[in-house]
Design a protein around this ligand. Structure first.
Ligand code: CO8
Length: 258
């Protein structure tokens, strides 16, 4: 792997998009490597993932415009599908994911961040869907996920106007949860990831599944997802430890993912 790096820090995996010379633009190879990295992650051992970009300027400045510029209609659709397949895999990944957005998150970069469960960013971050200014639509889920996160009216404004927004506005509209100084971003991402990692992993993962699957269902069907997730936890040792510790007025001894 050259364009996508992976490292483990304790129970947290860190994925870094690594093409800093082109502001980590997503070419086919990045998408392929990201797919391979996700396939290779030990989801039993790790408990959370952080996704970030190499360098201090950019998370991901979009899909690679030089690669896209000569695509035919069919090739464009295939490239869109390639990105969507990987981002769907990331979105449905069993472990909770945090995008640590360390600069530009434009087009495919914003779409990558939105495929993660949680977004935090640095003060220099900039978000946007500039695609219509390039003569294309957002193509890796931007027409779908932005509205689910910030609401349809705001998403349509951002997509139709191709207006980029700074970290403070992204925070105000709920696109990111928190904004930090660049030098603190990774530390804060790891702090949050470790806090998540300390909770019962089966419960965290079941909650993620129920939330992801329920969001596009009518509420009466969505709560059935929750009932199944909730019920499944009672077959785990971690539920017994978690509730037992509460009743015995002590801290849980450490969840074992069983
Ligand atoms: N693709 C390819 N190269 C890029 C990209 C990109 N998205 N972004 C930056 N680069 C390259 C630049 O060409 C430049 O390369 P070089 O040094 O060889 O000239 C290098 O990165 C540094 O960039 P700049 O010199 O432009 O740096 P600035 O600090 O002046 O500007 C910006 C930074 C504002 C981020 C500017 O680079 C920019 O506007 N980039 C493009 C942003 C953009 O429009 N992104 C959306 C792309 S479209 C998209 O993502 C669609 C996703 C869905 C695809 C679905 C397929 C069907």
């Amino acid at each position: 792997m050259e364009m996508v790096l992976f490292e483990e820090r304790g129970q947290v995996g860190i994925i870094t998009i690594n093409r800093p010379k082109v502001l980590n633009a997503l070419c086919s190879q990045v998408l392929e490597e990201l797919n391979e990295v996700l396939d290779g992650i030990d989801t039993q051992k790790l408990r959370a993932l952080v996704v970030t970009g190499a360098g201090e300027k950019s998370f991901v400045a979009g899909a690679d415009i030089s690669e896209m510029s000569t695509l035919s209609k069919e090739e464009g659709e295939a490239f869109g599908k390639k990105g969507n397949d990987v981002f769907l895999k990331l979105e449905a990944f069993p472990l909770p994911t945090i995008a640590a957005v360390n600069g530009f998150a434009l087009g495919g970069g914003c779409e990558l961040a939105m495929s993660c469960d949680i977004r935090i960013c640095s003060e220099n971050a900039m978000f946007g869907q500039p695609e219509v200014g390039l003569g294309i639509t957002p193509g890796f889920g931007g027409t779908q996920r932005l509205a689910r996160i910030v609401g349809t009216g705001m998403a349509k404004e951002l997509v139709f106007s191709a207006r980029n927004i700074k970290a403070a506005e992204a925070h105000r509209i709920g696109l990111v949860n928190s904004v930090y100084a660049q030098e603190e971003l990774m530390e804060q991402a790891l702090k949050l990831a470790n806090r998540i990692a300390n909770n019962a992993p089966i419960a965290v993962q079941a909650a993620k599944r129920a939330m992801n699957e329920g969001i596009s269902l009518p509420i009466d069907q969505a709560v059935v997802k929750e009932e199944k997730a909730f019920g499944s936890c009672f077959a785990t040792a971690d539920q017994k430890e978690g509730m037992g510790a509460f009743l015995e007025k002590r801290k849980p001894t450490g969840f074992i993912n069983k």
